[in-house]
Design a protein. Structure first.
Length: 116
């Protein structure tokens, strides 16, 4: 079955950096667009970044443009989210996502907490 396992979250001061990883199994990873979402307390889950199967195209929510970078290593079945210049408002649980017909699949999430 499809499994997504996130890691790399933690507590960091404002202005700091973290790198999230998501290891995928149960899919032909190189065929799929992958996404990172986040959900802050009391807020809806939002798309943070996406990357196409080859890595040739990416998109970001406006609030993270210029600070976050999504990338992937198809040989390792892993997608990454490099987060720089972190702000308090980036505090959330971050989830990895893939759409594998007919379902969306999510990892368990990794907590990112940015202290101001």
């Amino acid at each position: 079955q499809v499994q997504l396992v996130e890691s790399g979250g933690g507590l960091v001061q404002a202005g700091g950096s973290l790198r999230l990883s998501c290891a995928a199994s149960g899919i032909l990873f190189s065929f799929y667009t992958m996404g990172w979402y986040r959900q802050a307390p009391g807020k809806q889950r939002e798309l943070v970044a996406q990357i196409t199967n080859s890595g040739g195209s990416t998109n970001y929510v406006d609030s993270v443009k210029g600070r976050f970078t999504i990338s992937r290593d198809n040989a390792k079945n892993t997608v990454y989210l490099q987060m720089n210049s972190l702000k308090h408002e980036d505090t959330a649980i971050y989830y990895c996502n893939v759409f594998h017909t007919p379902n969306f699949y999510w990892g368990q999430g990794t907590q990112v907490t940015v202290s101001s």
